[in-house]
Design a protein around this ligand. Structure first.
Ligand SMILES: *Cc1c(COP(=O)(O)O)cnc(C)c1O
Length: 432
């Protein structure tokens, strides 16, 4: 039999790599034919509710008409043009919109292709800034454990050193400074004692290594892939003060938390501080096309611009792709044109109620909800492939990782569908 005769799935299993999988021993994979709203339709007609928002980005549902229309219209005018020496309405209009909704001090926007790249860009900006203002030795980064910032080299270097597989790439990864994840959770009262709130440890690292640290990078309030952990926003206030004291830049990676997912428009809105650099991605285009951006303040922009060589050393081929800009603008209009806060609060309240029974199950360590993020943390690893198959029987697409059975439903999820998602999660928690 030649490869031409293989079924679609057989060809896929033989030749295509999937995210974080064994290419020679692939797990169960379903062939998707189309998607609409909450549903992914498989080739046999099975319809599954996408409880993951397709890796947390499809927040207005699949094939959202406003977003697909924006892409169609843009496709007929200008699908792409290089951004060197040229600009276009979609880039400018999206920029205006982003400035409206993000912290006021973030005034400069760098458009790029994916979240990982936006993190690379943020880290390069920080290093170039420190170089420009007279600290060429400041080229490393500090971060908190259990973080996740993407799969490219520099982003990977600030992912959790244990789950981020540093041992595998040892020698090839830059060594960074890690502190414990903030110990006070978002539900607890803030503890002012630096010995107990994590800020004492951060100060100690800054005191010992400030001369070599360009920036402190972290996911504000919600750590996603690194463990679905929600910590107290006051940690960020303390971190901001320490960064200012030691001349270290503060980078918020809001790729997972941005655009209402946590119940605030951005997780930085939980606290009074603004970062020097922010990374946005995932939900930026409502999940319809790959896109991300890195935004910074005048201080960093003027530092980089005033240094030598002055130019910022990055420029992707598809920078500010007009299709992606148009999709992002449509997605942001959808978001800000609705009562997103009420919607997310409704999803949170229902998840709180429906996931609560999991607390009584023998292998459950914790149940937590923040905004439209629901997590059942088990005290053992959960097989994603097993979960995948069982959730499918329940008409839901769920893909746990590590110990966490979790969902990030699209904001358009109706109560009945959300009920099916939480029922699916409870079943997995009982059976796996
Ligand atoms: C997903 C994610 C990234 C990486 O984004 P990609 O688009 O997958 O490259 C970076 N940081 C955080 C917090 C993420 O959740």
């Amino acid at each position: 039999m030649t490869d031409r005769d293989l079924s679609q799935l057989a060809f896929d299993q033989k030749h295509l790599w999937h995210p974080y999988t064994n290419v020679t021993k692939p797990g169960p994979t379903f062939l998707v034919k189309e998607s609409e709203g909450l549903f992914i339709t498989l080739d046999d007609g099975t319809r599954l509710i996408d409880a993951m928002s397709s890796w947390w980005c499809m927040m207005h549902g699949h094939r959202n008409p406003a977003i697909t229309r924006a892409i169609h219209d843009q496709l007929d005018r200008l699908p792409h043009v290089m951004f060197g020496g040229l600009t276009h309405d979609p880039a400018v209009d999206l920029g205006r919109k982003l400035l409206e909704i993000t912290p006021a001090s973030l005034t400069r926007i760098f458009y790029c292709d994916s979240g990982s790249v936006s993190v690379e860009v943020a880290m390069k900006m920080a290093v170039q800034y420190q170089h420009a203002v007279g600290f060429p030795g400041r080229s490393k980064f500090a971060t908190i454990r259990s973080g996740y910032h993407g799969d490219t080299w520099k982003a990977m270097s600030v992912c959790d050193p244990d789950t981020g597989m540093h041992h595998l790439f040892q020698g090839a990864l830059s060594v960074q400074h890690f502190v414990s994840r903030p110990p006070v959770t978002i539900g607890q009262d803030w503890d002012e004692d630096p010995a107990r709130n994590g800020l004492g440890e951060l100060r100690a690292v800054f005191e010992a290594h400030a001369g070599e640290i360009a920036a402190f990078i972290l996911e504000p309030v919600v750590q996603g892939t690194g463990g679905m952990y929600f910590y107290h926003p006051d940690y960020l206030n303390g971190a901001r003060a320490l960064c200012d004291e030691f001349g270290i830049l503060l980078i918020f990676d809001e790729i997972a938390t941005g655009f209402g997912r946590t119940g605030e428009l951005f997780a930085t809105d939980f606290c009074a501080v603004e970062p020097d650099i922010i990374c946005l991605g995932k939900g930026l285009t409502g999940g319809h096309i790959s896109f991300a951006c890195t935004m910074t303040n005048d201080r960093v922009a003027e530092g980089v611009g005033g240094g030598n060589p002055g130019i910022f050393m990055h420029g992707p081929t598809y920078m500010a792709n007009p299709l992606a800009c148009a999709a992002a603008q449509a997605s942001l209009d959808l978001l800000t044109g609705q009562d997103w806060r009420g919607t997310v609060a409704g999803i949170a309240a229902q998840m709180e109620q429906e996931l609560a029974p999991a607390r009584a199950l023998p292998n459950v360590r914790d149940v937590r909800v923040l905004g439209a993020i629901g997590v059942i943390e088990m005290n053992h690893r959960v097989s994603a492939d097993e979960a995948h198959a069982r959730a499918r029987e329940m008409g839901v697409f769920l893909r746990p990782f590590g110990n966490n059975i979790y969902c990030m439903p699209p904001f358009v999820t109706d109560p009945d569908s959300l009920g099916r998602i939480t029922a699916g999660m409870l079943r997995l928690a009982r059976e796996l």
